[in-house]
Design a protein around this ligand. Structure first.
Ligand code: FMN
Length: 182
């Protein structure tokens, strides 16, 4: 009897940096999240920067042909889960994140997502996260109940991140993976 040896499959979990702002601090957090998730076995991650998807200043709906939107739709289609990094702008999330998000739709359905809020103040972007929830719900995404808040991002340095933050991000990314690989 021959037993086939199955190679373990990798799952794709993109990390989306949800702001294109010139001096964005969230980039540090997004890169840190990308490094964290990429270090997990069985996971491949793609770093998705909204800046690379903003050639149209207007909404490209999910049914419209568009080269950048197609690129995002392909990543979203192949993804088994997502990490969205969103800074808080006027108590909500950035418009450019919504432009990217709205360019796909069915690709998100029933997929888990971890949300990472970012702010320069004390609340860590939790109000941006709260605003984002109904948007993700509309696309039938499964938002993990625990989210990550990153306050005081001005002082955030991936070289010296608080051990509690590292532990928390590790735990939540592992929970995300468990939601995918059951
Ligand atoms: C247009 C704009 C609005 C902002 N509104 C808020 C806000 O409502 N609450 C908050 O805590 N920080 C707010 N901030 C500060 C951000 O938290 C800060 O810029 C932080 O570094 C994260 O955003 P960044 O990735 O663009 O740097 C705002 C920043 C911008 C550019």
């Amino acid at each position: 009897m021959v037993h086939a040896i199955l190679a373990p499959m990798s799952v794709l979990i993109p990390v989306v940096l949800g702001t294109g702002r010139k001096e964005r601090q969230s980039e540090k957090v997004a890169h840190f999240a990308h490094t964290t998730i990429s270090s997990k076995g069985g996971v491949v991650s793609e770093f998705v920067d909204v800046r690379d998807y903003l050639s149209s200043p207007f909404t490209v709906p999910s049914w419209e042909e568009h080269s950048e939107a197609s690129k995002w739709r392909k990543i979203a289609q192949e993804a088994s889960g997502f990490i969205f990094v969103v800074p808080e702008y006027n108590r909500s999330f950035p418009g450019e994140f919504k432009l990217l998000f709205d360019s796909a739709f069915k690709e998100y359905a029933n997929k888990p997502v971890v949300l990472i809020g970012v702010s320069s103040g004390k609340y860590g972007g939790v109000r941006a996260i709260q605003h984002l929830l109904p948007v993700l719900h509309a696309a039938s995404m499964h938002v993990l109940g625990t989210t990550v808040a990153t306050p005081d991002v001005g002082t955030f340095s991936s070289g010296e991140v608080d051990a509690k933050y590292v532990e928390f991000l590790n735990t939540i990314t592992e929970t995300l993976i468990k939601n995918i690989i059951k």
